[in-house]
Design a binder for this molecule. Structure first.
Ligand SMILES: C[S@@+](CC[C@H](N)C(=O)[O-])C[C@H]1O[C@@H](n2cnc3c(N)ncnc32)[C@H](O)[C@@H]1O
Length: 277
């Protein structure tokens, strides 16, 4: 396998392809990223180098190859109880309030809009089990979506390495909800079956959705340009319940993108609600 330089034309082609397909912005100067992410794909397919791989993509018609390239290019970094503080806020303020408001309906709809390998929704499912036993007879609709089928498969399996459980998962939750299986940890069925996973590209048309009480949209919009961010936030405002909550990642905001939201300053960690209409 040769370590050849990606030609400028090929870099421009693949940047545009990624932007069109999944909104991912690959800025000039990120050639090293392209190389490191696509070398394994080329190797797996027995293609001599990345320029040849891109040449194959240029010929078009190979959906499977496009999927492999997208899956290789997206950043899937995640962890249990990531950033901790938002989960504390959900436990102390957001869930008690939502439970109060939905007490006659007895249903909560929670969407994890870029759920990667599942640690984020499963953290929430564990939290619901641990701290809100009164929800036992409620309908809890927890949906994880992601563009990456590979990540969705991993999420559905709910089998994590030692390193993954070491990141953010408290020891008592590991002992209570996971079983050691070889060198991995298998999540208990009760938590696993609380979450359903489905493939969804945020940059393409969305399926029909229920009204969400809480939406996690963390650490995914950072990879998109402003017009895509505005578009996503606009569509989200139509499926977020009027008193529901949106949670963004630490480096994300709605500011200058969509003025139908306001940030709840008292909650610190990036929670937003819709302004009253
Ligand atoms: C950095 S991870 C964030 C995971 C989790 N939300 C967290 O904060 O820990 C970003 C995820 O967004 C997904 N993603 C990237 N582009 C997407 C798109 N256009 N539609 C849906 N998901 C996308 C990736 O596959 C990846 O799993």
């Amino acid at each position: 396998m040769s370590e050849s330089i990606v030609t400028a034309a090929n870099f421009a082609f693949i940047s545009q392809l990624l932007r069109d397909h999944c909104a991912l912005v690959l800025e000039p100067g990120k050639e090293y990223l392209l190389r490191s992410r696509l070398m394994p794909v080329a190797q797996k397919l027995g293609v001599a180098d990345i320029n040849q791989l891109i040449e194959r993509l240029r010929q078009g018609g190979d959906r499977g190859l496009l999927t492999q390239v997208v899956e290789a290019m997206v950043t899937t970094e995640t962890s249990f109880f990531r950033d901790l503080h938002p989960f504390e806020t959900i436990r102390k303020f957001i869930l008690p309030e939502l439970i109060q408001r939905r007490r006659s309906l007895r249903q909560l709809n929670i969407w994890f809009a870029a759920s990667s390998s599942g640690q984020e929704p499963y953290s929430m499912a564990m939290l619901l089990n641990e701290d809100f036993p009164e929800l036992i007879n409620w309908r809890l609709n927890l949906l994880g979506t992601d563009i990456s089928n590979e990540m969705l498969q991993r999420a559905r399996l709910a089998r994590y390495s030692q390193m993954e459980v070491n990141r953010g998962l408290p020891g008592e939750l590991l002992q209570k909800w996971f079983r050691k299986d070889g060198d991995h940890w298998q999540l208990n069925e009760r938590i696993r079956t609380m979450v359903t996973f489905s493939q969804m590209n945020l940059a393409q048309p969305w399926p029909t959705m229920p009204s969400w009480d809480l939406v996690f949209l963390r650490n995914v919009m950072i990879y998109f340009d402003n017009s895509v961010k505005s578009n996503i936030l606009g569509r989200l405002s139509r499926v977020l319940h009027s008193d529901g909550y949106l949670l963004l990642g630490g480096a994300e905001t709605t500011l200058s993108l969509d003025d139908s939201y306001y940030r709840i300053e008292t909650l610190k960690s990036g929670f937003y609600q819709l302004k009253p209409s």
